[in-house]
Design a protein around this ligand. Structure first.
Ligand SMILES: [Cu+2]
Length: 355
């Protein structure tokens, strides 16, 4: 459960518009052609599960985490980690780890036209050098995707083999899409792997969320190339979700560089500053200040989060977003009582009385 708690924290902390890999442009079992921009870490979390039939309704979990970071020049470095892999001797009892380098050779995922990406990977569990050429074609609300894969030791077998996969995404609106894909190893073919999903862009955020059915256990090149079988040889369907979280590394710079640089906002120099108000611990440290007409108040943000000074009823123009270590100066020319608040934190309230 702790996993879900910190996951929820991540969602709250990073819910801001960022460029991101989108599940509205990629079917679940295809890697897609997307490469993060330099300085962006993409975190995808696939969680599929199977509930065994009674009398014991045991839940078996099939999570795959993906971390990928852009390094510029259309290159990404990534790592996937899945449990309950179908690779290896103790089937469904192995952790699978795949390292990969992806190069976006052409196009941009999510834009009309062709996108092509080449991925080279090493699957530690299979001890296999794997590769994929991914292609997608987007025209308005439709994206078609395909992949050709090669594996030097597929599922620990001695001989190299290939796999093919294809899929499609249809965007019903800007926020909702349906997707499906199918894939298989070739010569000889093995149990086909498939998925079907409904995908959502969470409004006002860079996050996409997908509800999926699939018979793929892990989201690696190998895991996406062969379907899961029950021990009696019948197909086993997993249900679950995928969630995408892009993280801009520059957001973390205060961890490494101490306080951010001071930023001065508001009235030009010259206004006599008659009162100072700190914004600290998500509060205006002084709730009420009194000044004379023609004088100014200076607010200083001492919190690690952004605040605003926003006047109720728009009695005065108010501040832009004040970043951490930012200062905002506003001069009051007319007498009156000016109540204000912070837009991101409406419970932060203060008053300026101008006599
Ligand atoms: Cu605030």
């Amino acid at each position: 459960m702790t996993k879900h708690v910190w996951f929820a924290v991540l969602i709250l902390v990073f819910a801001a518009p960022l460029d991101a890999q989108s599940l509205l442009y990629r079917p679940p079992n295809l890697g897609g052609t997307w490469v993060p921009d330099a300085g962006v870490v993409q975190f995808n979390f696939v969680h599929r599960f199977h509930v065994s039939e009674g009398p014991v309704n045991e839940v078996q979990n099939f999570p795959t985490f993906t971390f990928a970071t852009g390094v510029g020049h259309g290159l990404a470095l990534g790592w996937r980690f899945g449990t309950n892999s179908i690779i290896g001797p103790g089937r469904l009892d192995n952790n699978e780890s795949e390292w990969f380098v992806r190069w976006r050779a052409h196009g941009v995922e999510g834009r009309d036209g062709f996108g092509v990406a080449v991925t080279a990977a090493y699957n530690e569990l299979a001890q296999s050098g794997d590769g994929e050429i991914g292609v997608d074609y987007t025209v308005q609300r439709l994206t078609l995707s395909g992949a050709v894969r090669g594996m030097s030791h597929p599922f620990r077998e001695p001989d190299a083999k290939a796999a093919l996969a294809g899929g499609a995404v249809v965007r019903l609106t800007n926020y909702i899409a349906m997707s499906a894909d199918i894939g298989s190893r070739v010569s000889p073919t093995t149990r086909a792997v498939w998925s079907a999903a409904i995908n959502f862009l969470i409004p006002g955020s860079p996050h996409t969320f997908s509800l999926q059915a699939s018979n793929a256990a892990t989201s690696t090149i190998q895991g996406n190339s062969q379907g899961l079988l029950r021990f009696d040889g019948s197909s086993q369907i997993l249900y679950g979700f995928e969630f995408t979280i892009p993280l801009h590394l520059k957001r973390f710079s205060p961890w490494f560089h101490g306080s951010p640089k001071p930023v001065a906002l508001g009235a030009p120099a010259g206004a006599a500053i008659a009162a100072e108000v700190d914004m600290a611990a998500i509060k205006f440290a002084v709730e009420s200040v009194t000044i004379s007409a023609g004088q100014a108040v200076r607010w200083t943000n001492r919190d690690p989060v952004e605040h605003t000074v926003t006047f109720d009823g728009a009695a005065e123009p108010g501040s832009p977003v004040i970043p951490p270590n930012g200062r905002y100066v506003h001069r009051f020319d007319k007498r009156g009582t000016y109540t204000y608040h912070c837009t991101p934190h409406p419970f932060m309230k203060g008053v300026v009385v101008v006599k």
